[in-house]
Ligand binder design. Structure first.
Ligand SMILES: Nc1ncnc2c1ncn2[C@@H]1O[C@H](COP(=O)(O)OP(=O)(O)OP(=O)(O)O)[C@@H](O)[C@H]1O
Length: 275
């Protein structure tokens, strides 16, 4: 479990099977209000499945999920959509869709079918575009955006949903370092300024540690460790979960521990031994 504070969402003993396989087993996970939690673990360890269960896009075979202290099954799909915004991995978007119209899609739990946009919808869309610095791009087709701009537009769509909880599955994948940091900084700012509760899947352990208040580490469909990032991501844990030996070094600027692989490739040499 990660830290104290009021609980936004709590899963106990979650289990999930599909295609005749057990994918998650006995997973406990807690989102604390106003905190950022990272789900970490190797490919195929069950992070996306857990996130989908937490957002109630899938039903568990075992265990309980409580949202705002109530059993999650007492909330309708629309009520869930007003509380949790979920951005899946590799979300596809029609390339001709304008940025503003994509962001407007986030209003779905607040609108009934075919109803025109209300003042509240327009205010939420404008606020989401402003928070993500996308106002100048609002009329651009999504297909013309860079990877980082597109990711910001998807986050704006999630913000327009006006939920207290934001779930992001690998929001930085496929982005270059500058855009990765831009997305991480944006989410952290929204968390700090608005008290947004965040749960995200990240693969970079150093980014996860620097930008999250807590981590949950998955392996083979189970939660194998959780807690504050710097205390949890020990070389022993990383070796047992990822099968990679790491060194922990103090960051030259912040002094916080960073992880680097202990092994590095031997230099290629030509016949004279020169690199
Ligand atoms: N509906 C399903 N039917 C069968 N197998 C599934 C289903 N959903 C997930 N799995 C399997 O469950 C395992 C966990 O998948 P999941 O996507 O949750 O892992 P992950 O940790 O998010 O992986 P990655 O880091 O590669 O995105 C994988 O082996 C996947 O193939």
């Amino acid at each position: 479990m990660v830290g104290g504070g009021e609980i936004a969402l709590e899963a106990s003993g979650l289990g999930f099977s599909a295609g005749g396989r057990t994918i998650l087993q006995g997973v406990d996970c807690r989102l604390t209000k106003g905190r950022i939690l990272a789900l970490l673990g190797p490919n195929g360890s069950g992070k996306s499945t857990l996130m989908r269960l937490l957002a109630r896009l899938e039903r568990p075979n075992a265990g309980t999920l409580r949202l705002e202290g109530q059993p999650a099954e007492t909330f309708s799909g629309r009520e869930m959509g007003r509380r949790i915004a979920f951005l899946p991995q590799n979300m596809q978007t029609p390339p001709a869709l304008r940025v503003r119209d994509l962001v407007a899609c986030g209003r779905y739990p607040h609108r009934s079918a075919w109803r025109r946009e209300s003042d509240a919808d327009r205010t939420a869309i404008a606020a989401a575009l402003e928070a993500t610095d996308l106002e100048p791009l609002a009329e651009r087709p999504v297909g013309n955006l860079s990877g980082g701009e597109r990711q910001r537009a998807l986050i704006a769509m999630a913000l327009a949903q006006e939920t207290a909880i934001l779930m992001l599955d690998e929001p930085t994948t496929y982005l270059d370092l500058r855009f990765q940091l831009q997305i991480l900084d944006l989410v952290r700012r929204l968390n700090r300024e608005r008290g947004l509760t965040v749960c995200w899947v990240l693969h970079d352990l150093n980014q996860a540690a620097a930008y999250s208040d807590g981590v949950v580490v998955m392996a083979d469909g189970r939660c194998v460790a959780s807690g504050a990032p710097d205390e949890t991501l020990t070389p022993e844990l990383v070796a047992s979960v990822f099968g990679v030996e790491i060194l922990r070094l103090p960051h030259p600027a912040s002094g916080r521990p960073i992880s680097v692989p202990a092994r590095f490739p031997a230099p290629f040499c030509d016949q004279r031994g020169a690199p």
